[in-house]
Design a protein around this ligand. Structure first.
Ligand code: MSP
Length: 503
């Protein structure tokens, strides 16, 4: 069976998660669900990044130990993933023993291989980003990435010989044009590598909250070296096993951490003699009502509040439909409302609520046969089935959803043309059956195509038309004509009540 290994970034536990974190995770969830639907053996990993100075400081200001602090946040994170219907197979915490063992094993192996050596580090460090910078990059004492003040660090350290991997990394980019997506980010990374890579400091003596460096008391492993290793830990590295799940198929990450995932991480894997992940996808960032989301602005969006209002599927839909994955987007009440009212309540919701009651009232609440079908409708269904795999391979979620909506639109237009309500009075039952059967067949197809994106909606539609959620043979299931004749048609509850977004 084909394996598919997909990851989210490991989230810092300094604070509660918000819209941006939900975005990375929902996208990875959609991929995981899609590949399961294709019958693949999916391993979907998420978890928490719990070490480092930032977490230690958050815990200290709350007056608890870092471990206590992390335990609290982790519970909250897991609660959110449940709420968002995230279907991860495993949740990894960097404070787990298995992860400590993996990090230490990797550290030892690289040290023995000559890729780790001792030295001293002096220079600026950004605690919120947990990133080292060059003095020249720091403008006015502020981090070039997040704009917050940097701290000066001066300490003994171990260096990772990143410079040794300049050429191999460039060669990898050249030979694997698929490695980084969107393709537009490749040039930037290649430029960065070509400028020359400096060896990377990978241990701290001023930070106690971390994985202890093996055989060197007083040093803890730099939090990014530690965190990146999680993808290997979860695959079995460090447990004496050959990591059979490795390499990952896709690391879904935000654009600001692409550099860690396409430069440092691959270099670490090269040093360990392990294969590189097949792909890294760097998605865009969300602003809120046109402004950067930040605690100080007080505009941080809690995904739970959005779900309370519009429902979890509408939230998932909005995030993946509004902008191409890879581009930046703006989360505004007006655009959320617009998508809800137009795409969900009107287009999709009405499609269901127009046809199911008609069938229940006039066709004895039984599904008719799905006939050959109106050519336009069949064409729309065929195009969607054909193009979906390509969109999903490229993580073009907005295109996939827009393709699904082409079928929704085609079905609504078909209903307008066929005007089934005119067929109820004069006894033209067979024509009515033909029309309703075709629309129910479209609903069946929609329940499959929507399943990765909107699991609850897909299950509700599938429940009406009798399509189970895990079709064993995907290519056959998305072909026209699978509607089972003579099944009882249950009532359809309104999927997207209109009064939800009028407030
Ligand atoms: N701990 C590191 C990742 C280690 S991976 C081995 C980290 N954690 S994080 O808690 O800061 O979460 C990062 C993820 O949240 C990234 O994918 C990032 O892009 C996403 N987002 C945080 N704010 C965001 C927006 N405003 N918009 C979109 N995504 C953003 O980095």
């Amino acid at each position: 069976m084909k394996r598919f290994y997909v990851t989210t970034p490991l989230y810092y536990v300094n604070d509660r998660l918000h819209l941006g974190h939900a975005y990375s995770t929902i996208a990875a969830d959609v991929l995981a669900r899609y590949h399961r639907l294709r019958g693949e053996d999916v391993f979907f990993l998420t978890g928490t990044d719990e070490h480092g100075q930032k977490i230690a400081e958050a815990a200290a200001s709350a007056g608890v130990t870092p471990q206590e602090w992390a335990d609290r946040i982790v519970e909250d994170d897991q609660d959110l993933w449940k709420r968002l219907n995230i279907s991860h197979d495993e949740f990894i915490r960097t404070t787990e023993g298995r992860h400590h063992r993996a990090v230490q094993q990797a550290f030892r192996a690289m040290r023995e291989g000559g890729d780790i050596y001792p030295g001293t580090y002096r220079g600026p460090y950004c605690v919120p980003c947990e990133t080292y910078h060059l003095p020249a990059e720091v403008e006015g004492g502020n981090c070039p990435d997040c704009g917050r003040p940097v701290t000066e660090v001066s300490e003994e350290t171990f260096y990772f010989k990143l410079s040794r991997f300049e050429k191999p990394l460039l060669k990898h980019f050249e030979q694997h044009p698929d490695f980084l997506r969107p393709a537009a980010r490749v040039a930037e990374m290649v430029r960065f590598i070509r400028q020359g890579l400096r060896d990377q400091s990978i241990s701290r003596t001023q930070v106690r909250w971390g994985v202890p460096v093996p055989d060197q008391p007083g040093h803890t492993v730099y939090v990014w070296f530690d965190a990146l290793m999680n993808y290997l830990t979860a695959a079995g590295y460090g447990a004496g096993q050959i990591p059979s799940t490795w390499p990952a198929d896709v690391h879904v990450v935000g654009k600001e951490i692409v550099r860690f995932h396409t430069v440092i991480w691959p270099a670490m894997l090269m040093a360990l003699g392990l294969p590189l992940p097949r792909r890294v996808f760097g998605h865009g960032w969300w602003t809120v009502e046109g402004e950067k989301m930040s605690k100080s602005r007080g505009n941080v969006v809690d995904p739970r509040a959005v779900c309370d209002e519009v429902g979890v599927d509408a939230f998932r839909y909005f995030l993946l439909r509004e902008v191409p994955f890879g581009s930046d987007g703006d989360f505004s009440r007006a655009s959320l409302r617009r998508r809800y009212a137009a795409d969900l309540a009107n287009d999709l919701g009405n499609l269901v609520s127009r046809i199911v009651p008609l069938a229940r009232r006039h066709l004895g609440a039984r599904s008719p046969r799905a006939p050959e079908g109106d050519p336009e409708l069949r064409r729309a269904a065929g195009v969607l089935a054909e193009r979906m795999p390509g969109w999903m391979d490229e993580l073009e979620f907005h295109a996939a959803l827009s393709g699904v909506w082409d079928l929704v639109t085609a079905a609504n237009r078909f209903i307008d043309r066929a005007a089934p309500w005119r067929l109820t009075g004069n006894g033209d039952r067979s024509r009515l059956g033909e029309v309703v059967g075709q629309v129910l067949e479209v609903l069946r197809l929609l329940s499959i195509h929507l399943a990765p994106f909107m699991p609850e909606t897909a299950a509700a539609i599938g429940g009406v038309v009798g399509q189970g959620l895990s079709p064993r043979d995907y290519p056959a299931a998305v072909r026209w004509g699978g509607l089972v004749e003579g099944r009882e048609l249950p009532e359809a509850k309104p999927l997207f009540p209109k009064d939800r977004v009028t407030r």
